[in-house]
Design a protein around this ligand. Structure first.
Ligand SMILES: *Cc1c(COP(=O)(O)O)cnc(C)c1O
Ligand SMILES: [Zn+2]
Length: 404
């Protein structure tokens, strides 16, 4: 299938030559085939493959078929905290528990189509888990580069799909560029965060949201941002729909970062177009370990997305993230990971600043499930123990007797 890529920044177009970056240095994205970019041409398919005609590959076999099609749930219990009418787009319901599956479902088969025997990724989190699952489901090798000091739990989550796992010493942050270089001369496709095929897969989350709201458009969409890949995909989706004449007024895109490492927020506040990479002493520890890339490869594109749609970027502290994670569970029944809880914390801040109003529809996108992290410590659970012979008395003290 022929692929046309364009650069959002300088407009350069690349035909039939798959590349990750433009000559100007910015990441590229794949244009939907102009002739098929019609919104009303939808097939009777489940999940993200409903939008197959707007994706650069044909629907693959395997676990990719289970990607996308996540529920959008009106969650009024979060309205007060968020300051708007909340809808939760639960990306934790993807096959490996995060939105990364939408990207892997496209990027892995795309790499195989392009003749790469092996896929690789630099990650010790959801990206690694997702890429390994999608590769093995198509019976392909996957090599995952993880940091030397990766935790036991994370290693187990990745290892269940039996990729080749290589612990890498030295500066882990620099591996991103190394991996892209290695893929120039080895038959490995480095499916990193801003791989253009990945970004195409991400846009289907936006399509699903807009389709459920049609003919209305949601006022606000809030997501966490780290490398800026997901934000780029959501923006690409908005651009596709604007071009197809499906939406006039785009939803405002709000990105949330952890205050421990927030180069995109800083650039937004400074009014600059490019985030400045943060040095190690400008970053800190955070419970939101899926986010916090100090040098986001799609950071400038994420900023452009926010400015284009009239949104903003905010940072939140670990205390706010903890509170929001609890609210997601207690008020909504959702188990989300800390990185995803940032969405609620961020929107709550924006509402305090008057940027979101009570009657507006606010779509929070919890990007990953919290189930992978339960049992890793940190939360004390208080319970009581009652002998079974004392249970009736104990319950009587809690509940009124049935009226008979
Ligand atoms: C990867 C990830 C993010 C960050 O997405 P980027 O595309 O890097 O901005 C946010 N939340 C979860 C759960 C993730 O796995
Ligand atoms: Zn360019």
């Amino acid at each position: 299938m022929s692929v046309i890529e364009t650069c959002y920044r300088c407009g350069t177009r690349y035909d039939d030559e798959f590349r990750v970056r433009c000559d100007c240095g910015e990441p590229l994205w794949i244009d939907a085939e102009p002739t098929t970019a019609a919104w009303d041409e939808r097939r009777d398919r489940l999940g993200m493959w409903r939008y197959e005609s707007l994706l650069p590959i044909d629907r693959p076999a395997g676990v990719a078929r289970a990607a996308g099609g996540t529920p959008l749930v009106r969650t009024s219990g979060l309205d007060d905290v968020a300051g708007g009418r909340v809808f939760v787009k639960d990306e934790g319901e993807n096959p490996t528990g995060s939105y990364k599956d939408r990207g892997s479902a496209v990027a892995v088969p795309h790499a195989i189509d392009a003749g790469d025997d092996v896929v690789g990724t630099v990650s010790y989190g959801n990206m690694a888990i997702s890429t390994a699952a999608h590769a093995t489901s198509l019976d392909r090798e996957c090599i995952v580069f993880v940091p030397e000091d990766i935790s036991r739990v994370r290693l187990e989550l990745i290892a269940q799909y039996e990729p080749t796992i290589i612990r890498v010493g030295g500066e882990y942050g620099a591996l991103y560029e190394d991996a892209l270089e290695l893929s120039d001369w080895l038959p490995i496709a480095a499916l990193v965060s801003d791989d253009p095929a990945r970004i195409s897969g991400y846009k289907t989350a936006l399509f699903e949201i807009c389709e459920e709201f049609a003919p209305e458009t949601p006022d606000v969409i809030a997501l966490p941002a780290s490398s800026g890949g997901f934000a780029s995909g959501i923006w690409l989706g908005i651009c596709d729909l604007e071009r197809a004449g499906v939406i006039d007024e785009p939803p405002r895109l709000y990105l949330v970062q952890t205050a421990a490492s927030d180069p995109i927020t800083r650039a937004f506040e400074d009014g600059s177009t490019d985030p400045t990479p943060l040095s190690p002493d400008e970053t800190g520890e955070t419970i939101a370990h899926s986010i916090g890339n100090p040098d986001p490869p799609s950071g400038a594109r994420a900023l452009a997305a926010v400015r284009d749609t009239g949104g903003a970027v905010v940072s939140v502290s670990d205390d706010e993230i903890r509170a929001a994670q609890r609210q997601f569970a207690v008020e909504g029944g959702f188990c989300v990971e800390p990185a995803s809880a940032t969405t609620l914390a961020g929107v709550s801040r924006l509402a305090d600043r008057g940027e979101v109003s009570a009657e507006e529809s606010v779509v929070l996108v919890p990007t990953g499930t919290g189930f992978k992290e339960l049992g890793t410590g940190g939360t004390d659970v208080e319970t009581e123990t009652v002998h079974r012979t004392g249970l009736a008395d104990r319950l009587e003290s809690l509940l009124p007797r049935r009226a008979d």
